[in-house]
Design a protein around this ligand. Structure first.
Ligand SMILES: [Mg+2]
Length: 224
């Protein structure tokens, strides 16, 4: 395996940090105050757009002529440092992984940079692929996965994808990636391994063989 694609939100940090709670409020206020959607319709529309398009933003672009850059700036204008802190254990875990590490997120670059800085791991990622990588088409649409692989010059079978969203791992597996679910969501058959937290990744990869090849590039142990 040559590269690990990490989702950002609720994967590199715990959902218990509730950073998304801040973004969630900003999405609602954007829909009401900027787009002019009546408050009583906001929840229903958000749910519908999220279920139909994977992210609320796609529904707002298609049905309300929202400028995606305006939306991304507004909803990610939150105090990241109030919810996240430097995580030395995460840093050690990432350093111990020999593969190239990239972020593949449905959020935007500036939010990603703020999160990685707050966690103290910004220098450990070679690239960030955000919602712009395939013209604002989010995971789990296949387009951004193809774009990421093209950009990296890799095939799916050379990559591991680490995610808290089960749905986002399905296209990854279809493209031949090794799939690792972080958190307690119910996995599908396309999930190769499930971890409670991302810091468990090095131990999981070090002792694991997929399709006869070492995932972590470490020597095989007797009995495998
Ligand atoms: Mg996530």
């Amino acid at each position: 395996m040559e590269c690990i694609l990490f989702d950002l939100d609720n994967t590199l940090y715990s959902p218990h940090c509730d950073l998304f709670g801040l973004i969630d409020k900003r999405i609602n206020s954007y829909m009401h105050e900027v787009v002019g959607i009546p408050l009583e319709d906001v929840d229903t529309l958000r749910r519908r757009y999220w279920q139909t398009y994977g992210v609320t933003m796609q529904g707002l672009m298609r049905h309300h002529q929202v400028d995606p850059e305006d939306y991304l700036y507004y909803v990610h204008d939150v105090d990241v440092a109030s919810r996240l802190q430097v995580e030395p254990e995460l840093r050690q875990a990432l350093i111990s992984l020999p593969q190239a590490k990239v972020v593949f997120t449905n959020s935007c670059r500036s939010h990603t940079d703020r999160v990685l800085e707050a966690l103290g791991v910004a220098d450990l990622f070679e690239q960030v692929f955000d919602i712009r990588v395939a013209d604002y088409m989010p995971k789990p649409y296949v387009q951004p996965y193809h774009r990421v692989l093209e950009n990296l010059g890799l095939t799916g079978s050379q990559c591991i994808m680490v995610e808290d969203s089960v749905a986002n791992l399905k296209p990854a597996k279809d493209l031949g990636m090794t799939t690792i679910l972080v958190g307690n969501a119910t996995p599908g058959s396309f999930v190769d391994r499930q971890l409670d937290e991302v810091v468990q990744l090095p131990a999981a990869l070090a002792d694991w063989t997929v399709a006869g090849s070492r995932v972590a590039g470490q020597p095989a142990v007797a009995g495998e």
